[in-house]
Design a protein around this ligand. Sequence first.
Ligand code: MG
Length: 242
Amino acid sequence: MSERVSVKTPKVRALILDVDGVLLASPHEQAWRDALTGLADPGRFTTQLYQDQVAGKPRAEGALSALRALGVADAQDQAPAYAVRKQARLEALIQAGGVRAFPDGLRFVERAAAAGLPMAVVSASRNADAMLRVCKRLDGGALLDRFAVNLNGRDEGPGKPDPWIILRASDELKTPPQACLVVEDATAGIQAARAAGALALGLARLNDAAGLRTAGAHRVVASLDDIAIDDLTTGHWTESAS
Ligand SMILES: [Mg+2]
């Protein structure tokens, strides 16, 4: 049993938000699963596998990582075509209305905006902008317009868990990483936040709190309704580390 230690908490001055799984329930996972047909049993592409191997990574890396995890013999050769099939399937699912915003995510964004916290979105997905445009804020505007900094789909640097995109967001937000709170639902994103020296909030919508803690999250919640914006800005948002 580890000893509980009190953590000194910096004040949060900006937010860096992942998109898929944090703000939006997008059909990414389903698209990756559907695109496996002919390569491996889609039933083996579990939510856990998606979270561990694919979520947060650039498309090509996610494709290879998933095929390797599924034991596909010629994963390296198959990955590019798999990634292309996934993208086609994803676009079909988005067209069919297969994306929705999480209500707690919408409320969180509005509460943060009302408190004057600047926000960045940092999805690895090139589809994130289209999805954030389709999804509406509580006041009816496009959700995408709420973010001062948009790094969605930017791939001139390495993908998460590398800290590149977090450091870039921190720079564009004109806020040091130590005062940026990163909200992520995937372990790769939490690792990127910690490697950048930022604050890491894990969002465990899928009952995967333990994995997010192991990845280094300062705090893990099941819903963004559990976070009070005042606690962020006054530095009282974290839980004791164990
Ligand atoms: Mg995510």
